[in-house]
Design a protein around this ligand. Structure first.
Ligand SMILES: Nc1ncnc2c1ncn2[C@@H]1O[C@H](COP(=O)(O)OP(=O)(O)O)[C@@H](O)[C@H]1O
Ligand SMILES: [Mg+2]
Length: 470
């Protein structure tokens, strides 16, 4: 027989670990607290009631023993024993809450009561009375609506009937029953208060337990998420480094294969230019010279790109020494001076001469700054400017650091590309390699620094490098 699959989807199935734990443990601890409260308060109530009835019964028996004899319960002349019962009542009402008593003889007839109209009546249908004649103290908590309660109904509120069997001297025979009516409102108020206290303690304990467990699980869940994030990061780094290794091998092979022919092409072009130079004045020679110059320029570009790719795939162990970052920047800008000139872009330096030397790998920093300056130059239109500044800052709670800022007046990096520009091979340039920024970031971070990109003050891009001072 095939059983149909029950269609049940848990509403918390997609919730995170903390939420699921929060809800489940809340329900479990809630049920536990309620059960604990119910059991403890039930036991407490029973104990309090039992003790109350036992104590009352003991006092009643002691007073009866003191004031009466077993024969008094068998007396035919009820008037003769009445004073003794009067005295008994006087003694019993000293006990708070006892408002009435009735004395029964062995036949179940009322032989005395402070309600005189009942004396002589017999109530054979009273089950509690019958049970008390069996020898046990009987309590009736139900509303007083039996036949024998005809005079109590309406006169008293919140009464409890307590039947106390009275034994003969040898304790073998029940000679009568004293029924007392206790006003128990105050007593039940005490019970209510005790139950409320138990409830508060149970709720407080449950809440404390819940909060403690919740805090632990939340911490654990955060740790797990952190570890997951670390694992993912490590995984992607591993994949990236494997990819890099593959790129490195390919680039090295390609560089080896085309490096020498390229050098030969460049050398031949240079020789040919010299030959053309000896034929000054010829139009053809000038045209050839410009073509050869172009070949040399393109070969330089290809070699530059290849160097970039080889660098990108190389391991990046820094070899730090104390470096004057201002001098390094000046050298880099000097190297790029002709490119700035060709592009019609001006370069402004605002270097703080008081910045201390930083402990970094000079080659790494050189390549990083050269990449950033090239990017700024390439992004700036003719007539624009690139501003390079340095300074020292000490953010609160962090080490002092040297800041290098390179700001251009280009068109900036669109928000959607802000993160992607650091991805290897991401480029928006027709002839770009897309390795510059990712390599620069690696260089800076391996040397303990930070790289950040923001909007420039006049619409372009501002790239900031922060190098902590040891
Ligand atoms: N200063 C800048 N202004 C505008 N865009 C920039 C700047 N620097 C980098 N970029 C963007 O980041 C991309 C990646 O830069 P990079 O990694 O150096 O590779 P490439 O320069 O070969 O394109 C560039 O193609 C460009 O879109
Ligand atoms: Mg670049």
């Amino acid at each position: 027989m095939k059983l149909g699959k029950a269609e049940f989807s848990c509403p918390l199935a997609n919730a995170n670990l903390t939420t699921r734990f929060g809800v489940y443990s809340f329900v479990c601890i809630g049920i536990m607290t309620a059960a604990l409260w119910y059991i403890v308060s039930k036991d407490l109530t029973k104990d309090m009631l039992d003790r109350e009835w036992e104590t009352t019964a003991k006092i009643v028996r002691a007073e009866v023993k003191w004031h009466m004899t077993p024969e008094d319960f068998k007396a035919e002349d009820l008037g003769a024993v009445a004073p003794k019962f009067e005295e008994l009542l006087r003694q019993l009402v000293i006990m708070p809450d006892i408002v009435r008593i009735k004395a029964y003889n062995r036949q179940g007839t009322i032989i005395w009561s402070d309600e005189k109209r009942l004396v002589g009546s017999s109530f054979a249908d009273n089950d509690e009375l019958k049970e008390a004649f069996g020898g046990t103290v009987v309590v009736d908590l139900s509303p007083i609506d039996k036949g024998e309660n005809v005079y109590e109904r309406g006169s008293f509120q919140g009464l409890v009937e307590l039947y106390v069997p009275i034994f003969s001297g040898d304790k073998k025979e029940v000679i009568g029953v004293i029924e007392t009516y206790k006003a128990v409102d105050d007593f039940f108020k005490d019970i209510k208060r005790a139950r409320a206290k138990v409830l508060i303690v149970a709720l407080g304990g449950g809440l404390l337990l819940y909060l403690a467990l919740f805090a632990i699980v939340r911490q654990a869940s955060r740790k797990i998420s952190e570890q997951q994030a670390n694992l993912l990061k490590m995984q992607s780094e591993l994949v990236a480094s494997q990819r890099m290794a593959a790129v490195g091998e390919t680039t090295a092979a390609v560089a080896h294969g085309i490096g020498n022919p390229l050098s030969s092409i460049r050398a031949t072009a240079q020789l040919s230019m010299l030959d053309c130079g000896s034929q000054n004045g010829h139009d053809l020679a000038e045209k050839m010279q410009s073509n050869l110059q172009n070949i040399i320029h393109q070969v330089d570009r290809v070699q530059g790109r290849m160097r970039e790719l080889l660098n990108f795939a190389k391991p990046l162990e820094p070899h730090p020494s104390l470096v004057d970052l201002n001098s390094l920047l000046r050298e880099q800008i000097e190297t790029l001076r002709s490119r700035f000139g060709d592009a019609g872009v001006s370069c402004h330096l605002r270097l703080d001469e008081k910045i201390p030397k930083a402990r970094v790998d000079p080659n790494h920093l050189e390549q990083a700054l050269s990449g950033l300056l090239s990017n700024a130059l390439e992004a700036t239109p003719r007539g624009g400017s690139v501003t390079v500044s340095t300074g020292v800052s000490a953010p609160s709670g962090q080490a002092r650091r040297v800041n290098i800022s390179i700001e251009d007046s280009g068109e900036g990096i669109p928000k959607e590309n802000r993160e992607r520009v650091f991805e290897p091979f991401f480029t928006t340039k027709p002839h770009g390699t897309g390795v510059g920024l990712s390599l620069t970031k690696k260089f800076i971070e391996r040397n303990g620094g930070m790289l950040s990109i923001s909007d420039g003050s006049s619409g372009g891009t501002r790239v900031e490098v922060a190098i902590p001072l040891a």
